[in-house]
Design a protein around this ligand. Sequence first.
Ligand code: IMP
Ligand code: MG
Length: 179
Amino acid sequence: MMQSIEKVLFTEEQIAEKIKELGSQIAKDYAGKNPLIISVLRGSFIFMADLVRAIDIPCEVDFLSVSSYGSGTVSSGNIKMIQGLDGDIKGRHVIVVEDILDSGRTLSYLMETLRESGAASISLCTFLDKPERRVVPVHVDYCGFQVPDEFIVGYGLDYAQRFRNLPFVGILKPEVYSD
Ligand code: IMP
Ligand code: MG
């Protein structure tokens, strides 16, 4: 897999350090609130697993899945909820956990949908943010790292479902997705 990577952006150590910071900030902000932490599948599964273990207060987890139609490297803006939540979010303090914020289409749709379900509060924790690509504005409460406008893989992020298992975050060589 390594020969498909142009450049490593964040190493395992840098990621672990950042997650410790995010986890303790969230634990401080949500003390006594028993937050419901919702992972947006599939990209956020690794981040989610590490993040919740860095949050040292009682909390619960749930999962949902959205699809933005079409493979390739650009999201279509056509968002669909594939698998909804198991539990009710009414009155809950919700934290949505996402792998990467790109155009913002997925998250603006999702945050809007969750807001309509009567949560007491909703915040967003994204592992990566690619601000140059934003089309729809999205408010970010917690962010791991900002990344340049390149195609990123690893630590949960995929290209055509591959590379999620890389333990670091890197830029994919353009020749991997241009052929
Ligand atoms: P948005 O709706 O354009 O913000 O797209 C967000 C989704 O697109 C993310 O949840 C990812 O699944 C995917 N995505 C956007 N940029 C990248 C990238 O650089 N690498 C891998 N997936 C990405
Ligand atoms: Mg995703």
